[in-house]
Design a binder for this molecule. Structure first.
Ligand SMILES: NC(=O)c1ccc[n+]([C@@H]2O[C@H](COP(=O)([O-])OP(=O)(O)OC[C@H]3O[C@@H](n4cnc5c(N)ncnc54)[C@H](O)[C@@H]3O)[C@@H](O)[C@H]2O)c1
Length: 295
């Protein structure tokens, strides 16, 4: 049974990744500064670990076959986290995780990067440096490393979440599935250093992607009869164009493709609508007590 450490395991992405790893048959060790509040994850081992502290990290990675490094702060927390803390956790923390893996001889690593990668914020540059550190440790140690540039999966009101799938949103289940596929790839040493975007794919023809406001409703109606009425009733804003990336390389290398698209959201909405359920107060995901106060 392969053993996988997940840092930032109590967070939004971490919980979904741990669940998916357990479902795939891995032994999971969860590392975070706070324990999980999810009952179904309490079967997994928990180690308290502040990634800014090398000794904590060394203890957390000891004896593992692979490490998924998710622990980070980003800009969506309310109240906000300072840039100093973002830099310390995201940069020093990532260095400590990679260095501890080198010391413990762990050669299989998955790193959570972001589509916010770039130079316009301290968070963005922390992911640039994180990816550079991955590259350096791949070259220095020969470790197999996958860097995942996740799109956005910050908890949101349900209707907003659905609309965002057409833009920069991705469902947390796709984030988890891409991460598990990456764990398999690094454990099998199928990759040296590999990076991909993790986003939604609606399976739309290019013409519909490019002219969604014009052609999108008819395309949705064709696949989900009743979609037009739902889009109107719930006033779902439709973008001019759909944001879509070519994810073929991820499919070839990792064997992963996104599973949750806008049509799945519409089917879910339809099922709730038929039951007369009120979706106005619903959040996605809906189970993070205390962490994400309703705004
Ligand atoms: N949520 C998104 O939309 C999104 C998008 C792109 C990339 N990412 C990346 O994905 C990863 C997971 O994001 P998330 O949204 O699940 O974050 P989250 O804020 O929900 O969870 C982060 C977890 O890290 C933990 N943590 C914070 N500081 C720590 C420290 N010093 N040591 C150990 N643990 C610490 C927190 O307690 C929390 O449980 C992050 O690396 C993030 O940058 C997230």
């Amino acid at each position: 049974m392969m053993k996988v450490l997940v840092t930032g395991a109590s967070g939004n992405g971490g919980q979904a990744v741990c669940r998916a790893l357990l479902d795939a048959g891995y032994t999971v060790r969860m590392a975070d500064v706070i324990p999980t509040q999810m009952d179904d994850l309490k079967q997994a081992e928990f180690v308290r670990c502040d990634t800014r502290t090398p000794a904590d990290v060394r203890r957390a990675v000891a004896g593992m076959d692979a490490v998924v490094h998710l622990a980070a702060w980003h800009c969506a927390h309310n109240p906000p986290v300072s840039d100093e803390t973002i830099f310390a956790v995201n940069v020093d923390g990532t260095f400590h995780v990679l260095e501890a893996c080198r010391q413990e001889g762990i050669q299989s690593i998955v790193y959570a990067s972001s589509m916010a990668y770039g130079w316009w914020s301290v968070y963005g540059v922390s992911k640039v440096i994180g990816e550079d550190l991955c590259k350096a440790y791949n070259e220095m140690t020969g470790a197999s490393i996958v860097m995942l540039r996740y799109h956005e999966f910050i908890p949101r009101p349900y209707l907003e979440f659905g609309a965002r799938l057409l833009k920069n949103g991705v469902d947390r289940r796709d984030v988890a599935a891409a991460t598990v596929a990456s764990v398999k790839a690094v454990l099998a040493r199928r990759v040296g250093l590999f990076r991909t975007i993790v986003h939604t794919d609606h399976g739309m023809p290019q013409e519909v992607v490019d002219r969604f406001r014009e052609l999108g409703v008819a395309w949705c109606e064709e696949h989900v009869p009743g979609a037009r009425r739902l889009i109107e009733k719930y006033a779902i804003p439709l973008p001019e164009q759909v944001e879509q990336h070519d994810l073929k390389e991820a499919e070839q290398v990792l064997g992963w493709r996104p599973a949750v698209g806008f049509l799945d959201f519409l089917r879910d909405l339809q099922a709730r609508d038929e039951k007369g359920l009120d979706v106005s107060g619903l959040w996605v995901p809906s189970e993070l007590p205390g962490m994400w106060p309703a705004r």
